[in-house]
Design a protein around this ligand. Structure first.
Ligand code: NAD
Length: 465
């Protein structure tokens, strides 16, 4: 691999570019620079920060074409997906700017208790210092924005380590943010491997908070390696979507296809397990198959492509094996079930998937959706919850009681009624329970996590003479 990362287009194999393979020394230097940056950012006014964030959104919109083509070439996502991702990243910066217009604050009526007679107080939020951000390759720009925008809004500096597969978009993002007035020592991007640059960032004592998005396998080990610092983890999932007899099946089928095959199924909140009532399973499968078999799969850069590539040959090998294992355990392929090219696997619908099987526990992270059936509502909830993950979960129903029960009983960070599990608004709190993570993103909530509350108590003035 040498001293640089070679970024390849997973569709064509062409070299997209190179990025430095930073090691411990470069990470240490970046963090030293970010120390000055943290002092500088802390001294900025909310108005200064708002100008930087609004400027960042403007820069992203101005460079929309360049960014979306780069993202498509780096990650194999379709051009329609990456244009939407650039718009989304810009709106994350806009949201962060909006949070600074009139942030709420608490005044403490300390004289409400006897020990505080004649005292008053208030709460203020202070920056933490240096935020360490680590991001995955599947949503490289918007997830970098979810780290950078709240970190700067809260008055921190940030050192970002993007995934080794997609470092170029983060380097371009940094340049655009510097154009927007973010100080050079306020935002540093270190590129490199997870076990080298990533590990050095995680362990560094001067990082005040680690904000990690990535796999469960890596994430669960990080709190121990990070030592005494705040850690937030946004990890994987294997989202369930329950379909009850009262659901509008056509709308449900469209949502399943949208949610299972966006980004070739490589989203942490992809629809992975559809749990359908036995009386409607057949009709639903027919509708899903019809929509799924019309998807255009192939060259991600073409405007007419619906489903792009997997990130690598290894990822495609893994999906091939997962489907083969599920088939040997009794699953039937209704649509797809085969590889088209080195990094392309056809959108795949499986039914008769064994309940409680080991493969259902895994995060598929590919274009594969598995249908299971239930008879009693309790059973649907139990199947949905029978996993170590707990990110997003959905129910399709027109029955009020079922919707309310799902909201209460589904074990997930977010429960969604009558939309795909992939629904996410960047203004809502977002994150997982169980092994899907800890902490919450979503701009306002991340600003809270990336700052600390300070309480100030005033006694009455006592003159010195
Ligand atoms: P990954 O865990 O392999 O890598 C994520 C990042 O961690 C990369 O930047 C990588 O270089 C770094 N890393 C790897 N090993 C490290 C180590 N030992 N120390 C520090 N950093 C290390 O994940 P991936 O393959 O890039 O992304 C896919 C995963 O991300 C999936 O599991 C997906 O569900 C998850 N994800 C979660 C969310 C969410 O918001 N919950 C969003 C997107 C993706």
């Amino acid at each position: 691999m040498g001293d640089k990362l070679t970024v390849r287009n997973p569709y064509s194999g062409e070299v997209v570019g190179f990025a430095p393979r930073n090691m411990v020394r470069e990470v240490d230097e970046a963090i030293e620079t970010a120390r000055e940056g943290a002092a500088g950012m802390r001294a900025t006014t909310l108005h200064d920060r708002r100008r930087m964030l609004t400027g960042a959104a403007g820069q992203l919109q101005e460079h929309r074409d360049e960014l979306s083509v780069l993202l498509t070439r780096e990650a194999g996502k379709t051009i329609r997906e990456t244009r939407a991702e650039v718009d989304r990243a810009a709106s994350i910066f806009d949201l962060a700017a909006a949070e600074l217009v009139a942030p709420p604050g608490d005044v403490l009526a300390l004289d409400a208790l006897p020990n505080g007679a004649a005292m008053t107080g208030y709460c203020m939020r202070e920056p933490r210092g240096i935020i360490g951000g680590i991001t995955p390759w599947n949503v490289p720009l918007a997830l970098a924005a979810h780290k950078i925008a709240p970190a700067l809004a809260a008055g921190n500096s940030i050192v970002l380590k993007p995934a080794e597969q997609t470092p170029l978009s983060s380097l371009l993002l940094r340049d655009l943010l510097l154009n927007a007035g973010v100080p050079e020592n306020g935002l540093l991007v270190i590129t490199g491997l997870g076990e080298e640059a990533g590990d050095a960032l995680v362990r560094h004592p001067n990082i005040a908070m680690l904000s990690f998005t990535g796999s469960r396998e890596v994430g669960v080990r990080l709190p121990a390696a990070a030592g005494f610092k705040k850690v937030s983890l946004e990890l994987g999932g294997n989202s369930p979507l329950v379909v009850t007899p009262s659901a509008n099946l056509e709308a449900t089928a469209n949502a399943i296809v949208r949610g299972a095959f966006a980004v070739a199924g490589q989203l942490c909140i992809s629809v992975q397990r559809v749990i359908a009532h036995r009386t409607i399973l057949g009709d639903l499968l027919t509708m899903v198959s019809e929509v799924a078999s019309k998807l255009v799969v192939g060259d991600p850069v073409s405007d007419t492509t619906d489903v792009g590539t997997l990130i690598s040959r290894e990822a495609c090998d893994r999906i091939e094996k997962l489907v083969a294992d599920l088939k040997s355990a009794g699953a039937q392929v209704v649509v797809g079930g085969k590889r088209e090219a080195e990094c392309i696997y056809l959108p795949t619908v499986l039914t008769s998937v064994e309940h409680g099987g080991r493969m259902l526990q895994q995060e598929a992270f590919g274009p594969v959706v598995m249908f299971l059936q239930y008879t009693q509502f309790d059973e649907a909830i139990a199947i949905a919850n029978s996993t170590d993950y707990g990110l997003n979960a959905a129910i399709w129903t027109n029955n009020y009681e079922e919707a309310m029960r799902a909201a209460r009983e589904l074990q997930a960070g977010t429960v969604i009624v009558n939309e795909s599990t992939t629904f996410r608004s960047d203004l809502m709190p977002y994150g997982g329970i169980k092994q899907s993570g800890m902490g919450r993103e979503g701009v306002r909530f991340a600003i809270d996590e990336m700052s600390v509350m300070k309480t100030v108590c005033f006694g009455r003035p006592i003159s010195s003479n």
